[in-house]
Design a binder for this molecule. Structure first.
Ligand SMILES: Cc1cc2nc3c(=O)[nH]c(=O)nc-3n(C[C@H](O)[C@H](O)[C@H](O)COP(=O)(O)OP(=O)(O)OC[C@H]3O[C@@H](n4cnc5c(N)ncnc54)[C@H](O)[C@@H]3O)c2cc1C
Ligand code: SF4
Ligand code: SF4
Length: 404
């Protein structure tokens, strides 16, 4: 299948919702909309689309590529480039409390702004309506902190890469793994953007539930989602709580209960994702699920590039982060689900090919080697489960979105 524009990508359900195509289109022909039961998707006004394919060049939905070192080791196979693994938390108690895990991302961002003099931080935060998100360019501590915490709903931080490109000094980018991969692709075709990216941080990610997920969760808790204010998905302890204010009254449920509900609303592209831990970022941060629950927030931090390593060590020295060295085994104990998903991916993609369906191309991920580590039962489950889903959910046909 030859994709002509990102409309094809979205209609074949391969869009990850990063927003990079809207940034890449020089003619402003790509707009983004939050499709309630799916995610943020591109709408292309293709009357006089120039067929330049810039939108496709930056798109992580249709595939990801990177060189893999000859004789790659076990850690690379499972987690991509890893220079060091750490565990700990933000030293500032407010940052730790507001953070999704242990506030490591926000602490690193503060260090980049205050210690390394980055001009600002491009990242996602709450939007103008209770359930929506939008991209923000934070330049103060207050702004950064107001956007700490995970938003388990669609967010497209790459839609505003132009803000990094036009900033006077370097900026930090924060996003999900697919957002960071899109940033790298975009920097590859826009030197002016590449020059201004000071560093990138990815949050670990098992998939983004649609907006419908949050609406149904709140409904299930006996309230109307349109009445909800200040929705927080996680944080305020380890592993924290989902909370909202509905008509002035607090509504709260444990993070675990919220996620077990929300995960059903993840779009299909998230089940075909090879990178749950931000392999294209300088630094990536996630949850240490192997640690006992209860108490204050905790983070796991992975430095993936020398730039990332320098930033992590600088943030520790400057007193922003309290981290101790950990290793690949801890990463494996903490993120079993993400590793299982990556190991099953080769079989899931095979099922797509058996149905002659377009599927993303992933180069350099050594997926076949991970697939070989699975038992026969797990392999059958991956292929047959995907085949069943393709048939049941009507993936054999394009999903047509309303045009712009
Ligand atoms: C959809 C989703 C799925 C996740 N899945 C996993 C998982 O499988 N395993 C795991 O360990 N952790 C997962 N997380 C949690 C994630 O790992 C934590 O956000 C991360 O550990 C950072 O915590 P922190 O306290 O250091 O970050 P904080 O200091 O709280 O900062 C979080 C940063 O993430 C940005 N952000 C929040 N939501 C989004 C979003 N939807 N899109 C882009 N950027 C966003 C914010 O702008 C903020 O800068 C997920 C988070 C999300 C949003
Ligand atoms: S994955 Fe990103 S770049 Fe690709 S179509 Fe979706 S929003 Fe556009
Ligand atoms: S699972 Fe992968 S594709 Fe889906 S939102 Fe997370 S990083 Fe993006």
């Amino acid at each position: 299948m030859r994709f002509k524009t990102v409309r094809d990508v979205a209609e074949w359900r391969l869009c990850a919702g990063c927003g990079a195509c809207a940034y890449a289109c020089r003619d402003g022909k790509v707009s983004l909309k939050d499709v309630f039961d799916d995610g943020i998707r591109p709408f292309v006004a293709d009357d006089d689309c120039r067929d330049c394919a810039d939108c496709l060049q930056v798109c992580p939905g249709i595939g990801l590529s990177r060189p893999s070192p000859g004789g790659a080791n076990d850690t690379f196979e499972k987690w991509g480039p890893v220079l060091s693994v750490w565990e700990g938390y933000a030293v500032d108690e407010e940052v730790r409390f507001r953070g999704s895990s242990g506030g490591a991302v926000t602490a690193l961002a503060l260090y980049c702004m205050e210690g390394l003099k980055f001009g600002g931080v491009l990242h996602a935060g709450a939007g103008d309506t209770p359930l929506s998100n939008k991209t923000h360019y934070s330049v103060t501590r207050t702004e950064l902190l107001s956007r700490a915490g995970s938003r388990y709903s669609p967010a497209s931080p790459c839609d505003s890469l132009g803000l990094i490109e036009s900033a006077k000094t370097k900026s930090l980018f924060i996003g999900k793994p697919c957002d960071v991969a899109a940033l790298q692709k975009a920097a590859g075709i826009r030197p002016a953007l590449k020059e201004k990216v000071g560093a990138s941080i990815a949050i670990f990610c098992a998939g983004t539930p649609s907006t419908k997920g949050t609406a149904e969760l709140i409904k299930g808790l006996g309230a109307e989602s349109t009445d909800a204010r200040e929705i927080r998905y996680k944080g305020r302890g380890w592993p924290g709580v989902f909370s909202a204010r509905v008509k002035g009254a607090p509504l709260e449920v444990s993070y675990r209960e919220a996620w077990s509900f929300l995960q059903r609303y993840r779009p299909y592209r998230c089940h075909l994702c090879p990178d749950g831990t931000g392999e294209f970022a300088d630094i990536s941060c996630g949850d240490p699920w192997h640690r006992e629950e209860g108490g204050a927030g905790l983070s796991i931090v992975v430095a993936r590039t020398w730039r990332g390593q320098e930033i992590v060590e600088g943030a520790i020295r400057a007193g922003y982060l309290k981290l101790s060295r950990s290793d690949g085994e801890a990463l494996e104990a903490a993120q079993r689900n993400l590793l299982e998903k990556k190991s099953a991916l080769w079989g899931r993609l095979l099922a797509f090919r058996l149905f002659f369906l377009p599927s993303p191309a992933f180069n350099g991920f050594l997926l076949r080697r991970l697939w070989r580590t699975l038992g026969t039962k797990e392999k059958l489950r991956a292929v047959l489960g995907t085949a069943r889903r393709i048939a049941r959910r009507g993936y054999l046909r394009r999903k047509s979105f309303i045009s712009a």
